[in-house]
Design a binder for this molecule. Structure first.
Ligand code: CA
Length: 549
């Protein structure tokens, strides 16, 4: 799950079979791992090969509470038995994963049914099945308000019931590590045209062959001197566009359709870069719409077709990007220049550590990390490239707009608010951002203060540093303008946040952010966008969609 998620596009291979083992499915199924996961990856450490056990435990608990909640609510909504609800849920799962669902139902179903029938909530069920565990000296973590008799009493009672039922111990002994493939780059491309692409489309931009009228290769005719460029994102889970579909946990509308995207979503680690703000290239199927810097650069100059790279990972921060950056696919001498967006918008201040403030990146570390990254880029980017540093977000927006709203899982019975979700994640020590996802206003303010300091480091770098092969710019993360624009369109601020994790920017926020960034660049740094290609219409007429993505 947390291996490097370097997303090399233009084409993503999603058909590769994932070997999801039994427990991975449960764990992933509802994985609320709000992906920033910065506690896992700090500083210059390489990515760990497996999950620390605490996190693993936390996510197991979340997965259990979510699955049990969905089963419970399905039974309620359809006025059915718990067994029927479990079967219903499995029948919604795509066929190739259905087997796992039925095995899980077989293993855990009877206990879950027995406990739900006795009006035990999902917290109690999961603690009694030991899928949620209380560490010594730690509080009992719960998503729902505790039952009247008290949580520990209810759990003790539930455990007695479980004990008298079939022994489950054989089913608890999982220890396997889930392994996920990275998205692959199918177009093993070079971006410089080979002999003006007379024979073949060597640079994958969909333009090749020779104009029979004059014998001039199309690539030369349309793209020579066209100011062509690629776009590269160095980012985090927001840049990779982390998203857990809310329809996976909204029982009132749940159907086979709700889970159709499950295999693709898991294969891509719940990231959807194909719809994202910088590298989106497909129409969104996850709400909102797609608008991206890549699509706009491509419309401006169709020679830019398919020249994009999304180097983002869940948990990306200024420190761990120093490893990821090495997957930059660019030949300094032969390729077109690139516009690189550097956007780690939160993980330098977001972590799940007990002492979250002490674990944040300091301004001094930020300066060192970003300068290292930029010096590296200067050795890799073709001359004439551009780098845009994006500031950190002010995450107080999350609490301010969500804390008293109902989470998708809590909408049926109006019983889970985001405030409860944040506390649950915090208690399990898997919060993606203790500093902002907290009722503690002082802590939220201090986190924002550090974020602002780090943004100022970026701003100062853009103001004062010079590089041989690129010019450099800074922009604030456009949250305020996005919210204003969305408000003018009749929207509500909470719609700009991912509904399930209550943390990431939503598809709407991403698309609106693109238009704001584009306008800013057009007005202040038009050189970054390159010229408009006067041959766009001809390219379109001859090459149509240029071969898709
Ligand atoms: Ca070509």
């Amino acid at each position: 799950m947390l291996t490097a998620a370097t997303l090399l596009i233009p084409r993503m291979r999603v058909s590769r079979q994932t070997s999801l083992n039994l427990f991975c499915l449960l764990w992933l199924l509802l994985l609320l791992k709000a992906a920033s996961s910065s506690p896992l990856l700090r500083g210059n450490d390489p990515p760990p090969s497996s999950l620390p056990s605490g996190l693993y435990k936390g996510h197991t608990c979340i997965g259990c509470v979510l699955v049990v909640s969905v089963i419970e609510q399905l039974a309620q909504w359809h006025n059915s038995t718990v067994k029927a609800a479990t079967e219903r849920l499995c029948s919604y799962i795509p066929e190739k994963l259905q087997g796992f669902c039925y095995i899980l139902a077989e293993l855990y179903g009877p206990h879950i049914a027995e406990l739900i029938d006795r009006e035990m909530n999902a917290d109690v069920v999961c603690h009694s099945l030991k899928l949620c565990k209380q560490d010594p000296g730690q509080p009992l973590c719960h998503l729902y308000s505790p039952p009247k008799v008290g949580l520990s009493t209810a759990i003790r009672k539930a455990r007695r019931i479980v004990k008298t039922s079939k022994d489950l111990k054989n089913f608890m002994g999982f220890s396997s590590v889930c392994a996920f493939p990275l998205l692959a780059n199918l177009c093993e491309k070079i971006k410089y045209p080979d002999n003006w692409d007379e024979e073949r489309d060597s640079n994958c931009n969909g333009i090749w062959g020779v104009d029979p009228k004059d014998g001039i290769p199309y690539e030369e005719k349309f793209c020579k001197g066209a100011d062509s460029q690629g776009v590269v994102l160095l980012g985090d889970s927001a840049g990779a566009h982390f998203h857990i579909p809310p329809e996976w946990m909204t029982v009132s509308q749940m159907s086979v359709k709700s889970f159709a995207n499950l295999p693709v979503a898991f294969t891509n680690e719940l990231d959807w870069p194909q719809f994202s703000e910088i590298t989106g290239f497909l129409n969104s199927t996850i709400g909102g719409w797609t608008d991206s810097l890549y699509l706009r650069l491509r419309n401006r100059n169709r020679c830019n077709h398919r020249d994009l790279q999304n180097i983002s990972k869940n948990g990306g921060s200024s420190g761990n990007l120093l490893h990821l950056i090495k997957s930059l696919a660019r030949n300094q001498l032969l390729d077109n220049p690139a516009t690189v967006i550097y956007a780690t918008i939160g993980n330098d201040v977001c972590n799940g550590n007990n002492d979250t403030l002490a674990s944040m990146t300091t301004p001094k570390e930020m300066l060192s990390n970003v300068m290292q990254a930029l010096r590296y880029l200067d050795t890799r980017l073709p001359n004439g490239s551009h780098v845009i540093l994006t500031g950190l977000v002010d995450g107080r927006f999350l609490w301010d707009n969500l804390h008293d709203r109902y989470h998708p899982l809590g909408q049926l019975n109006r019983d889970i608010t985001y405030s409860q979700l944040y506390s649950f994640l915090d208690c399990l020590q898997v919060s993606p951002c203790r500093g902002w996802m907290t009722p503690n206003e002082t802590l939220r303010n201090l986190t924002s203060e550090r974020a602002l300091q780090l943004s100022n480091v970026l701003k100062e770098i853009a103001r004062s540093e010079k590089f041989a092969n690129f010019d450099i710019f800074y922009m604030d993360f456009p949250l305020r303008q996005t919210a204003e624009k969305w408000h003018r369109m009749g929207g509500e601020p909470w719609q700009l946040i991912e509904p399930v994790d209550g943390f990431h920017p939503s598809q709407i926020a991403a698309a609106l952010g693109t238009s704001i960034t584009w306008q800013k660049a057009l007005q202040e740094w038009p050189q970054v966008l390159g010229k408009e290609n006067p041959f766009n219409d001809q390219i379109e007429a001859i090459f149509k969609d240029q071969g898709g993505h």
